[in-house]
Design a protein around this ligand. Structure first.
Ligand SMILES: Cc1ncc(COP(=O)(O)O)c(C=O)c1O
Length: 398
């Protein structure tokens, strides 16, 4: 039986479906929704208000940050800035640190496999006159720490490297890169951890990053909530002018229910990661093995140093978006590239960066799992994929 049941009766969706698009977003956990609801209704005060209701909300916010700080192994709750998610966190980290540095000449480094909320932020900074180096990856999609070191110049002030790539699932050597950046006192090091949370063990203090982005909806929290880790002493120029909440770094009334729900989601996903991880491995190994036997399929996610929840492959000669819609007919949900770019017809920059030809990249699909997925769902997916490959039209060759 295909078992992934999502409580979407109210919005008229199907009761049974195979949801393999968890890197785009996850359905929030019922307990998380309950925390959000309870906090929203019972503790609705503005944490900046001086009276008791404000004080209660402030306490809850502090407690949520304390839990996040503890679960991700950092020293202080005050090092966590509440944001609206990964896009804001990345923008605040990068622009905030670069503008906050107040230096005349700044050279910045990132990679060719970042999420658009990082790569487009660097492109904007380039338009403003900053000098940016985009470090390339090897054919498996890994950034070499030596390549980052070779790119460092006397005026390099900022380096940003994604922790887990959202399209192919590679785990980048962030700890090594953080260590080498530490050798240059003027460099601030940021990592986008949005796809890493709940999937790899994270000890932020041990990783040695200065800034680390998270987003709750990727691990069964609510949409519109995230926290940016900002190590004590790192100066950020705020993106918004206003009431100077969040230690002056992020003005705007805080989303306390979102923060409380995020802390809960993080605790739940960390429990799953520690207890259900091997099931996820089993499912993803099963899919990988079956895919490797289908002719015309090229698997892009390497088999080592990757998270088990992301598997990217191409069906050569077919169009990814056509396959997505054909699978949707069978109530199976996957994506082409990342959610943000999959509605644009552009090809995956990550695949192109690792040397995949545009012809092959056109047929790319990303399967992204969660701890709730089952082997039966994977079996059903493989059966339907076989059927769909036979039935959908091939891309016409030019
Ligand atoms: C690696 C990565 N960074 C950032 C983001 C943006 O996060 P949000 O959707 O919370 O803005 C995403 C979302 O897909 C992502 O995968």
């Amino acid at each position: 039986m295909i078992g992934y049941i999502v409580a979407i009766d109210e919005i008229g969706g199907s009761e049974l479906m195979v949801y393999f698009d968890n890197s785009a977003t996850t359905p929030p956990h019922q307990d998380v929704v309950q925390s959000f609801l309870t906090t929203s209704t019972r503790y609705f005060g503005n944490p900046s208000s001086l009276h008791k209701l404000g004080g209660e909300a402030e306490k809850l916010l502090h407690e949520a940050k304390r839990q996040v700080a503890r679960l991700l192994h950092t020293d202080k709750p005050s090092e966590w800035i509440l944001t609206s998610g990964g896009t804001e966190g990345n923008n605040l980290a990068i622009k905030g640190a670069v503008y906050g540095a107040k230096r005349e000449e700044q050279h910045l480094i990132t990679t060719t496999i970042e999420h658009p909320s990082v790569s487009e932020t660097f492109r904007q900074l380039e338009e403003k006159g900053f000098d940016v180096t985009y470090v390339d990856v090897d054919e498996d999609g890994f950034v070499r720490p030596e390549a980052i070191e070779e790119a460092i110049r006397p005026h390099t002030t900022f380096v940003s490297v994604i922790h887990v790539n959202n399209e192919i699932g590679t785990v980048q050597p962030v700890k090594k890169i953080a260590q080498l950046c530490k050798g240059y006192r003027r460099i601030t090091f940021h990592s986008d951890g949005v796809q890493a949370i709940g999937k790899v063990p994270i000890d932020i203090t041990d990783l040695g990053v200065d800034l680390y982005t998270t987003s709750a909806h990727k691990f069964k929290g609510m949409k519109g909530t995230g926290m940016l880790y900002c190590k004590e002493g790192i100066l950020l120029s705020p993106l918004f002018a206003g009431g100077q909440q969040e230690g002056t770094f992020r003005s705007g009334t805080q989303n306390v229910p979102g923060a409380v729900a995020m802390a809960k989601a993080l605790r739940l996903v960390e429990e799953k990661r520690q207890n259900v991880y091997s099931d996820l491995h089993e499912i993803s190994s099963y899919i990988r093995e079956k895919l490797s036997k289908i002719s015309d399929i090229v698997i892009h996610s390497p088999s080592k140093q990757v998270v088990p929840h992301i598997l990217n492959f191409s069906v050569v000669g077919k169009k990814g978006e056509v396959l997505v819609h054909a699978l949707e007919e069978a109530d199976i949900y996957v994506s082409t590239t990342s959610a943000c770019s999959s509605k644009k017809s552009s090809l995956s920059e990550t695949l192109l960066a690792k040397g995949v030809s545009p012809e092959v990249a056109k047929g790319a699909l990303r399967v992204s799992l969660s701890y709730e997925n089952t082997l039966e769902e994977a079996q059903y997916f493989i059966e339907e994929l076989h059927r769909v490959i036979q039935t959908v039209q091939s891309v016409k060759r030019k």
